[in-house]
Design a protein around this ligand. Sequence first.
Ligand code: FES
Length: 165
Amino acid sequence: MTPVHEPDELLTIGEMSRRTGVAPSALRYYEDLGLVGSVRTAGNQRRYPRHMLRRVSLVTVAKRLGMPLADVGEAFGDVPMESTPSHADWQRASRRWKKRLEERRRAIERLEHELTGCIGCGCLSLKACALLNPDDALAEIGPGPRRLEDVVEDADEELDGDDVA
Ligand code: FES
């Protein structure tokens, strides 16, 4: 169903840009990502429903917090684009947003803890260092100097490919 908007509810891309401080090119990019939506005039120009102001503002805040745009899209989830979202819609988005921020905070705290320890340590051990080899992931590949072997194997494959070509 095509949404119905009164003309005075719609903002041009220039108005949207002035109101939010976001460049028109960024607004188009956010639209490509599905973070904001617009309707088109008969002349195929973008017009933004007024409720898109909140979405763009939240994207701006998320960027300042270092939140990936994909996470913002997830946080917006089922918040409707075609009609003005209800209070309940934004409450659900807020809970998803908070969960994402908590996950990021925990990841940053973990990294901070590991980095602080490594700066004081300096051993650069592939076995013991959580920064160089998180959760001993290299052990799953196999025993021995996996990184060096992987580099040599990659180089061999490249050379074999050159012979075939
Ligand atoms: S540098 Fe020693 S544990 Fe990371």
